[in-house]
Every structure is written in C-alpha cells, then in structure tokens.
Design a protein around this ligand. Structure first.
Ligand code: MG
Length: 228
C-alpha cells in the first residue's frame, strides 16, 4: 500500500534501546488522587467519576526540550503524572489481565491552561483548549516493565527551579494502573502505541518563562523541561 503523503510519526525513545515507541492515541485520566481532588474544589462524592480527556499525538514533547507558553493563557500549570505505554490491542480488558498490556512507563507532565479550563467548566464547554494542545505532554523516555516491574507504589515528585512543588506516592492513586486500563478499555479499543496519563497528585501550580522543571518517579527515567 502507498500513501499520498507522510504525516509526522510521533515517537518516544525507549531506555536502553535504539528502537522508539510510535505514539497512537494519548488518553488522560483526571481526578485520581484525593488531595488533588480537594485542591481543585470538587465535592467529595462516594465514588470518584472516571474523568477522561484526550491529547493529540503531537502533544508529545521529548525529554530535555523547551516548551513555549501559549500566548492565550495567564495560568499555565504543571501536573506530574505516571504515564503508561500500551503494547497490544485489546478491548473490555479485565483488571486481572490488564497488566499484560503494559509495555512500560514514563514520567509525564500534563501541561494545562488552568484559566481556560476554569472558564470551560463554568460555561459547560469541553476542555480542549485548556488540555489538548500541541506540545502539552512532555514525556520522559519509556522504561520497559522488564526493567522497572509493574508500578503500584513509589515516590512521584516535581520541582520547579529546585523547589519541590508536587510530592506524593503512586500507591495513593484512586484508580491504580490495572483499573485504569480495564475501565478505559470498556469505552475504547486500546492499540499498541497508546499512551495513558494517570492523573496528577496535589501541588499543581503556575509556571513562568524561564522555569526549569524536573519531574521524577522511582525507577523511571526522570524528565527535564524548560518553559519559555
Ligand atoms: Mg492531569
């Protein structure tokens, strides 16, 4: 088969490998740590809804790169998150089998225009302009599960210019990795190349030009990004 053109193929490096991970879809889960739910002012229901949005593949920013702050926001914020890389196709996956679909993990930042998100919430509009922007998903190189195991706990942390702003533990995720994969796959068929952001802990905050972000999760390649 031949194609009439060649759109950019977005991919993410894999630690210790010359091969890269081609990106298909980018799914993002919201409200997955209780303290973040509280800081965002959501009411405490008995069950936390499965909040989901998507980013385009060209949201990916490689480790070490600079992100230009969009000109239409006055409140550009960081959200450090564990990122899951999916290795095979599946739908309606049970929690028991979900980890078989994990290729590896990265550290990611869900860059968010909080002012536009708050405006969208008020007006009942989608979060697209707040969340689903190009260059809004810096991701560190993927560490395969063969090297880091299946992550259920461990420190997750983000610093800006050397000051720690976010610090929590993966064990505090309301929906752990296997539950996210299972629940997401009830709505979407997952494919190799899919990336899932798993939600941020508390401490999200505003960024300014010149900020240098360092994000880390135990056992994974850390992520460094500069804002301009
Ligand atoms: Mg997020």
């Amino acid at each position: 088969m031949s194609f009439i053109n060649t759109p950019p193929q977005i991919s993410i490096p894999i630690t210790g490998s010359a091969e890269t991970f081609p990106v298909h879809q980018i799914y993002c889960v919201g409200r997955n740590y209780q303290k973040h739910i509280s800081e965002m002012g959501y009411s405490q229901g008995k069950t936390v809804p499965f909040v989901l949005f998507l980013k385009p593949p060209d949201a990916v920013v490689q480790n070490g790169q600079t992100v230009c702050m969009p000109g239409f926001t006055n409140d550009f914020q960081h959200e450090v998150e564990l990122v899951i890389a999916i290795k095979k196709e599946g739908s309606k996956i049970s929690e028991k089998l979900a980890l078989e679909y994990v290729f590896g993990y990265s550290v990611g930042i869900d860059l968010t225009c909080r002012d536009l998100q708050n405006e969208a919430k008020k007006k009942g509009r989608p979060w697209t302009f707040a969340k689903s922007l190009q260059n809004s998903a810096p991701i560190s190189d993927i560490t395969p599960v063969e090297k880091c195991g299946y992550l259920q706990e461990g420190n997750i942390q983000l610093s800006v210019n050397g000051n720690i702003r976010q610090k929590n533990d993966l064990k505090n995720m309301i929906r752990p990795v296997q539950k996210i994969i299972s629940e997401l796959s009830q709505f979407y068929t997952l494919f190799p190349g899919d990336i899932i952001f798993t939600g941020t802990p508390d401490g999200v905050g505003k960024l300014k030009k010149g900020d240098r972000i360092f994000a880390e999760i135990d056992g994974l390649e850390p992520l460094t990004i500069t804002i301009n």
